[in-house]
Design a protein. Structure first.
Length: 235
């Protein structure tokens, strides 16, 4: 079956995410746009995923739990997990590699932690968009060590796309897929053999993807979506 996806959305936990990017608002917009699957991938954190999962279950939208890591080289890397619990646990691992730089809300924006009623239960004090003390290849290895999928983010867009941050796609790291942007041209890089994902990287509700990008899965489940990105067939 074909499922329409947006696999890169930021909540209000990301300092660059709009205050309206609350769990219920994100899922509600995905529902209105008739998306089947979403992934909320905040910068170096997963603390809003339990609330997003509650909203997604209520509105019958599949949530693929994820995060967007910032490597030592300032390159962005998406990671996906089968369960919210696994992703939250990985977020705690990543937090130990995040420098203790305080967030300056007036400059960077609030980093809001929400419950399933879209109520703020706290804020994250460390600046989540800081670079980790882990290199690109180290991040990829750590993701796989914890059972996740590694997908370099918007590789051809912005200073944080790996092709701009590093100038090349490191060959010593394993990738399950690559996220590419249709908004800018692709450098002359051979991407044959890679699964390519196209997502919104939405920081505002109106930027969440329309039903444009789809995956083929045998059954409607998060495991099936995970396996499709990994290039496997669900039983």
């Amino acid at each position: 079956m074909k499922v329409f996806c947006d696999l890169h959305i930021h909540s209000c936990l990301s300092p660059c995410g709009d205050a309206l990017m609350t769990p219920n608002n994100i899922v509600g917009m995905a529902f209105i746009k008739q998306l089947d699957v979403i992934a909320v991938c905040d910068h170096n954190a997963a603390k809003n995923l339990p609330a997003v999962k509650a909203a997604a279950d209520m509105m019958n939208v599949l949530l693929l739990p994820g995060m967007e890591l910032t490597t030592r080289e300032e390159a962005h890397m998406l990671c996906y997990f089968r369960t919210v619990e696994a992703c939250v646990a990985f977020g705690e691992v990543i937090y130990r590699h995040l420098p203790p730089i305080p967030n300056r809300e007036a400059f960077f924006g609030r980093q809001q932690i929400m419950n399933d009623q879209d109520e703020e239960t706290g804020t994250e004090e460390r600046l989540l968009i800081s670079a980790l003390d882990l290199g690109f290849e180290e991040c990829a290895a750590l993701i796989h060590e914890h059972g996740g999928l590694c997908v370099p983010a918007h590789i051809n867009r912005g200073s944080n796309g790996v092709l701009n941050a590093l100038g090349f796609l490191p060959e010593n790291a394993a990738y399950d897929a690559l996220e590419v942007s249709d908004k800018v041209s692709m450098p002359p890089v051979d991407l044959s053999g890679y699964r390519l994902l196209r997502s919104s990287d939405a920081h505002y509700l109106e930027n969440i993807l329309e039903p444009e990008f789809s995956l083929e899965i045998p059954v409607r489940s998060v495991d099936a979506v995970f396996d499709a990105i990994a290039g496997k067939t669900s039983e």
